[in-house]
Write a new protein. Sequence first.
Length: 235
Amino acid sequence: MPRPAPFRSWDTVARASRGSPGRRRGATPAVLGILVVVTAALTVVWFATAPTAAPHPPPPAAGLACAAEPGTPQRDVDPHDSPEHAWKHVPGEEVTVYFATAGLPQRFADMVATGARLWSVSPCIEAHAVESCPAGSNCTTVRVKERSKDRDTDGETSSDDQGGVRLSSRITLYTALLDKESDNGALATIVHEMGHALGLVHRMQPGTVMNATTDDHTDPTPDETDYENLRAIYG
């Protein structure tokens, strides 16, 4: 996956303008005492009645069935991307895919485990990060190399497919670039490549984890469209 040139964003803090101070009358001690009591009472009332923060809603795919109408197209796909294929599956049933992490640096092995949890939110996918894949399973091997041939890619996915069915796949992580990225950026790359291994192609919308380009600011969490596209593939 190509990486964009680094950039820096600047935050501007708006400050309220201040006018000339007006003349103030001094308050007597009695008045000050009353104000303190009233302020304290109002504070107690506010804390007693203020609404508590609502928990974050579950991901859109949570609790939904792995189902889609026959012929449902994937959304927001990049028409110029190479096609991907699905693992062998029974339509509408959850498919299990293993990601073998033996030999990975611990930093990347942990990120593969996080990616497996994120993709398993889909009702169509049960992803597992393991040392080695069980015999005969849907297996993606994750490995590391220093650099890609074009020296501008931090990760890529290849696969063995036959008759439109995925037999196995490999994710290669390139440490020369990933080691310089933030944890957020590296996780986005790994989740992106795991999405390819599951059969997803690139998205058009910038900033999404399946867009062709990710960076340190990309949200590594798949969004509703990613989960819907998995339902279109496996439902």
